[in-house]
Design a protein around this ligand. Sequence first.
Ligand SMILES: [Fe+2]
Ligand SMILES: [Fe+2]
Length: 310
Amino acid sequence: MIDKSHPLSSLDDWEDDLLRRYPDPKSGATPQVADGSFVAPGTTFDSSTLAPARPADEFRDYAKEARASVKEFYRLNHHHQTYEFVESKRNQYLGLNRCRMGIWQTMEYLNTLVDDSDPDIDLPQIEHLLQTGEAIRKDGRPRWFILAGVIHDLGKILCLWGEPQWAVVGDTFPVGCRFSDKIVFPEFFADNPDSKNPAYQSELGIYQPNCGLDNVRMSWGHDEYLYHVVKDYLPQPALYMIRFHSFYPAHREMQYDHLMNEVDREMFQWVRDFNKYDLYTKRDERMDVSALRPFYEELIAEYFPDSLCW
Ligand SMILES: [Fe+2]
Ligand SMILES: [Fe+2]
């Protein structure tokens, strides 16, 4: 039986399904470029050389084989993520007046998220965060990059405040304009009330050409929320990684270029660079949380105050 408000047995089911849609090109886990070669870790690559999106029939196979729970999750997400819904969540959360917590404290708080996943199989959330940070660290990337990796999913604490899964995780996309048919399960947008709003039916909808993503309303989730919490403290590429890491329609499917400005295009090279760590570092390998803690506490203190507004 699929629970209608929480169809996924674990938030990680969404990410596991992303791995099915975008399999690791090779165990080195680096993005493939058009000539079939691979980008060396640490290389900033030109997005124009990325391999084109997978052929349509592969995408259909992906959709056909998706688990019923994942499909239900996307059905709810695409039905309910309207412009109005996004505005209401922004009003509810972006005043950042719920509590004050330090970053490590928030990592421990996220770790209290209890879902229906199997504790013998699924690692605690904090170990997933550390896996991403450690993979970036092993590749010798900048310290702010490691920090972005270790915190990028902290916005999932929205689940602890009663938000349904479909309003916390899932691929993100702009609202206020036509939904791209390259968004996963595009057919589910037929039930979205915005699909009947005449103002939102063109490619640009309510936006100006190349207005920049900062002026675009994205579907609501953990990415946008965390961006607002940390936006005063991290360098711009880290903020793009955090804000747009679930924007698969853009960073993987190359959609919505007409809304991007030059800064977005440049920064999306970092978002793509980050995506390989986000997608391909989840392994069964356990993390020694107490041994790693001093390194991360020091890194956190380099960029953040002792407590932040959430
Ligand atoms: Fe995420
Ligand atoms: Fe993630």
